[in-house]
Design a protein around this ligand. Structure first.
Ligand code: SAH
Ligand code: SF4
Ligand code: F3S
Length: 440
C-alpha cells in the first residue's frame, strides 16, 4: 500500500524548492503526498528561521503531531530546513518526539535517513556543515505553471541582521548543465515559467574556476530553448547588477521585465550598519538605471522597520525612498534579532516592540499607496498575461494570472485557461491587483 507524506513548507522559494526535491525522492520510497496531516504516515516540517515568529510557528505546529504520537499513532516526524540547520540537536529538547532532524546541506541524504527511521531508529540528527553532493533524482514539482530552479545556494554577504549565511552556508553556483537540464524537463512537463533562484543571483558563476560563465550567459542559453515560456530571476543584490545583465535581459524575449532588488532601508547610515554595500544614492542610481533601460519594468524591494538604533528620521528616509523611487511593491518586516548574527548583539540599541509595530504599520501604509499608484499606471494598456488559476470569486468565475512585469490580474472568464498566455486589456486598478478583460 502507498504510504503518505505531509509536508508543511514554511519558508521562501528556496525552501519550497527543497520541498519539491524531497517529495521527488520520497516518491521513490513509495510515499504519495497528502494535504491532510491526519492521514500521513510521515510528517515533515520544512522550517524557516528568518524571523523569530517563523521559528516559533514551527514548534507550535509539530506540538500537535507530537500529541498524536503520544496517543499511540504510528507516525514518523521529520524536522528539516533552516531552523534544523541552526538548532540541530537542540530541537530534541523542545520536541523529543522528532525522529529525524535533517539540515539544509544534505537533503539528498533523505532516502537513506528515512529508511533508518522506518527501520525503528529514532532521534537521528544529520546536519553537516559542508554540502552533500546532488543526486539526479526526478523532482516532484508542485502542480503550477511556474517551476522554481535554484541556481546558487547560500550567501556570502553577512548582512548584520540576517541568518541565511548561517543556515545555508557559503555561496556556491550550480552547474549550468544541471540547471538547463532541469529547465528542459520542466518545460517538457508543461511548465510555462521558469524562476531562477538565489540569495544573490547576480553573483552566479563567480565561483567557477574552469570557466567564465555568468547569469547573462545562463539566461541566453535558457532563452534559446524551444517552447513558449517566460523566465524570471530573484533576488538581485543592488550593486551586483551589471549593465551587461540588464542589456541581456532586455534583449531576450522570454526574460520578463521584473527585478526584485531589496533596499532594506532608505537611510545610508542604517545601510552601513546593516553591512549592505551601497548607500541611498547608489541604490537610487541603480534602480533608476534599471527603469531607464528596461521598458515597463517593475522593481520590487524588501524593507526592515526598526533595525537596532534606527531613529524616527532614519525610518522616515525609508518611507521617502519608497515614494521617490516609485517602488512597485515591497515585502516588509519588523526587525527580529537572530541568534549568531552581528546586530543581535546590539541589545542596547534595540527598538521597543511597540515602536517597531507602529513603524511597520506606517511602512505598510506607504507600501499600499505605492502599489496602487504602480497598478494605476497600467490601466488602459494591453498586456500579455500568463494564467495561473481558475476560481470562483464572490460568485463569479475568474481566472487570475500575472503580466511579464509581475502584476497580478483578475479576469472574468468562464473557462479554465490555466497555463495559457492571453492578451488582456487592463480596465481598473486595486491595491494588490488589476482587473482586465481578454481581448483575443
Ligand atoms: N537575499 C535577499 C534576502 C533574503 S531574506 C537579499 O539580500 O535581499 C528575505 C528578507 O527577509 C530580507 O530581504 C529582509 O528584508 C528580511 N529579513 C532578513 N532577516 C531579517 C530579520 N532578522 N528581521 C526582519 N527581517 C529580516
Ligand atoms: Fe541575508 Fe544579506 Fe545574504 Fe540576503 S544578501 S541572504 S539579506 S545575508
Ligand atoms: Fe529561506 Fe527562511 Fe531559510 S527565508 S533561506 S527558509 S531562513
Amino acid at each position: 500500500m502507498m504510504k503518505r507524506v505531509f509536508i508543511d513548507t514554511m519558508g521562501c522559494q528556496m525552501n519550497k524548492s527543497d520541498t519539491e526535491r524531497m517529495l521527488g525522492m520520497l516518491s521513490y520510497l513509495g510515499y504519495d503526498e497528502t494535504d491532510e496531516p491526519k492521514e500521513a504516515d510521515l510528517l515533515i516540517i520544512n522550517t524557516c528561521s528568518i524571523r523569530q515568529l517563523s521559528e516559533d510557528k514551527a514548534f507550535s505546529e509539530i506540538g500537535t503531531w507530537g500529541q498524536w504520537k503520544k496517543c499511540g499513532k504510528d507516525i514518523k516526524i521529520v524536522f528539516s530546513g533552516c531552523v534544523a540547520q541552526q538548532k540541530q540537536r537542540e530541537i530534541f529538547k523542545r520536541a523529543p518526539y522528532v525522529d529525524l532532524v535533517i539540515g539544509t546541506h544534505n537533503i539528498y541524504q533523505l532516502p537513506e535517513l528515512i529508511k533508518r527511521i522506518e527501520g525503528g531508529e529514532t532521534r537521528i540528527c544529520e546536519c553537516p556543515d559542508v554540502p552533500y553532493g546532488e543526486s539526479d533524482i526526478e523532482i516532484k514539482r508542485v502542480k503550477s505553471v511556474n517551476a522554481w530552479i535554484p541556481i546558487t545556494e547560500g550567501c556570502n554577504n553577512f548582512c548584520t541582521y540576517c541568518i541565511v549565511p548561517y543556515t545555508r552556508g557559503r555561496e556556491r553556483s550550480r552547474l549550468p548543465e544541471t540547471i538547463i537540464k532541469e529547465a528542459k524537463d520542466a518545460i517538457k512537463q508543461g511548465f510555462k515559467e521558469i524562476t531562477l533562484l538565489g540569495q544573490n543571483v547576480d553573483s552566479y558563476g563567480k565561483d567557477f574556476k574552469d570557466r567564465e560563465y555568468r547569469l547573462a550567459d545562463l539566461l541566453t542559453e535558457l532563452n534559446a530553448l524551444d517552447g513558449e515560456f517566460w523566465i524570471r530571476f530573484v533576488t538581485s543584490y543592488p550593486t551586483d547588477i551589471t549593465d551587461n545583465l540588464i542589456e541581456t535581459a532586455v534583449k531576450l524575449d522570454k526574460v520578463c521585465e521584473y527585478f526584485h532588488i531589496p533596499m532594506q532601508s532608505g537611510s545610508s547610515e542604517v545601510l552601513k550598519k546593516m553591512n549592505r554595500r551601497y548607500d541611498r544614492e547608489t541604490y537610487a542610481e541603480i534602480a533608476n538605471k534599471v527603469r531607464r533601460m528596461v521598458p515597463d519594468v517593475t522593481i520590487t524591494s524588501d524593507f526592515i522597520a526598526g533595525f537596532p538604533g534606527e531613529t524616527e528620521e532614519q525610518f522616515q528616509e525609508t518611507l521617502s525612498a519608497m515614494e521617490e523611487l516609485n517602488l512597485d511593491y515591497s515585502n516588509t518586516a519588523a526587525y527580529s534579532p537572530r541568534e549568531k548574527t552581528v546586530a543581535a548583539k546590539w541589545t542596547d540599541l534595540f527598538i521597543p516592540e511597540d515602536v517597531k509595530t507602529e513603524r511597520l504599520k506606517r511602512l505598510n501604509e506607504k507600501n499600499m499607496e505605492c502599489c496602487l499608484r504602480s497598478n494605476q499606471k497600467f490601466v488602459g494598456r494591453e498586456l500579455d498575461v500568463l494564467i495561473e488559476n481558475f476560481e470562483n470569486h464572490k460568485g463569479k468565475n475568474v481566472v487570475t494570472g500575472r503580466t511579464r512585469n509581475n502584476k497580478i490580474v483578475h479576469i472574468p472568464c468562464e473557462k479554465d485557461l490555466t497555463g495559457c498566455f492571453v492578451k488582456v486589456k487592463i480596465t481598473s486598478a486595486k491595491t494588490w491587483y488589476v482587473n482586465g478583460e481578454i481581448i483575443d
